[in-house]
Design a protein around this ligand. Structure first.
Ligand SMILES: *Cc1c(COP(=O)(O)O)cnc(C)c1O
Length: 368
């Protein structure tokens, strides 16, 4: 839609000068998170569940959403969603949770909550990019410890960084994005023991790994577990949650926006969670496809596939830029990590798709 230019528009340069003098340097220095959605492509770039909800469940959702009172503000804390999550998950008695508009929002909330002057945030590298972006926006020092070349955590280097930096917050994505590997239980326990502040284990992909610290969230004085429904089938609904001791959760709850989870999502999530077997069956299909796809890609000449505990594979190819271009021409989107962290040079992050999508991918990656 084109909007006619106003008759007396201000000079762009005058606006830009005012913006540059007003907006904080940390914001000016970053670019918007790109989320373009080209139509008609096979989407293997965003770690979504490729399977839609079954028609019967969508019918149930339609009925529930029709009754949602969108003229009213939603219930602020999302108590109905919390009850449904508590019933569906191994959350220990006495733990509490705070909901977010996706776990991205909770990453922002947690960062803002610890962002006192002089604080440091520590994470392995490469890891989920939003940790660094929100730290920069909150003007908190962000310190990263490189993973080893095989994408495992360097426990000694991480322990040394904890001792040196005394971080207010440690981010541990397990399984990690973009590498796909879960952290060994012992590594997480050791970090929890050494860290002076909060340790958040981000379990966005835990359903595909089969391991979780959720049942143990009250066993440590400094653990919060972060989760999301995005990777298992509800990316569009935007629902993340953080679980921990009530003392941590009460503080995080003060930082979130008052009505951060909308009424339609609050109505939909309990219905989907009541059909948890449907999502579990889809997760099982994705895990089976992950093994099949990994084997097929390992047979592509020049491709190296990293072991994955998530719903995506990290694949190194001789020329990632050329391969991403070739795949795009074949109608397939993947995440090209080349040009980012040196450890992921010439790497593609490829989401496990449906069997047909995975077959199309392997065909497109195989030289004629
Ligand atoms: C995708 C992802 C998230 C964010 O997911 P939301 O859709 O905002 O819930 C958080 N952490 C990691 C590691 C992710 O990969």
């Amino acid at each position: 839609m084109s909007v006619p230019a106003p008759v007396r528009a201000v000079e762009a340069s005058a606006v830009e000068a005012r913006v540059a003098a007003t907006i904080r340097g940390e914001i000016l220095a970053t670019t918007s998170y790109a989320t373009a959605k080209p139509a008609g492509m096979i989407e293997l770039h965003a770690n979504e569940n490729p399977f839609p909800l079954p028609a019967s469940l969508r019918g149930e959702l339609a009925a529930v959403l029709a009754e949602a009172a969108v003229n009213r503000y939603p219930e602020g804390a999302g108590e109905g969603v919390k009850r449904a999550l508590a019933a569906a998950l191994p959350i220990p008695h006495g733990a509490e949770m705070v909901l977010g508009n996706g776990s991205d929002e909770l990453i922002q909330v947690i960062t803002a909550a610890v962002a006192r002057p002089g604080a440091a945030i520590l994470a392995p590298d490469p890891t989920f990019v939003m940790y660094r972006i929100y730290a920069a926006q909150s003007a908190v020092r962000y310190v990263s410890v490189p993973l080893r070349a095989d994408f495992t955590l360097d426990d000694e280097a991480f322990a040394a960084a904890i001792g040196r930096e005394r971080p207010a917050l440690v981010w541990l994505a397990s399984p990690n994005n973009p590498t796909g590997r879960a952290l060994p239980r012992a590594s997480i326990e050791r970090i929890l023991g050494a860290a002076p502040g909060l340790v958040v284990v981000d379990e966005a992909y835990a359903d595909f790994a089969g391991t979780s610290f959720l049942p143990r969230v009250l066993d440590f004085p400094n653990l919060v577990v972060l989760r999301t429904l995005s990777k298992i089938g509800l990316a569009g609904a935007r629902l993340g949650y953080a679980v921990g001791h009530p003392a941590w959760i009460a503080e995080l709850d003060k930082v979130r926006s008052p009505y951060n989870v909308n009424a339609l999502t609050q109505a939909a999530v309990p219905v989907v969670l009541a059909a948890a077997d449907v999502l579990a069956a889809q997760v099982a299909k994705i895990v089976a496809e992950r093994a099949r796809l990994a084997a097929a890609l390992a047979a592509v000449p020049g491709a190296e596939v990293t072991q994955s505990d998530a719903n995506f594979l990290l694949v190194r190819v001789p020329d990632a830029d050329a391969m991403a271009t070739r795949l795009r021409a074949a109608g397939i989107l993947v995440k090209n990590l080349h040009g980012g962290h040196p450890l992921t040079a010439n790497c593609l992050r490829i989401t496990v798709g449906t069997p047909a999508e995975n077959d199309a991918l392997v065909r497109a990656m195989t030289p004629p």
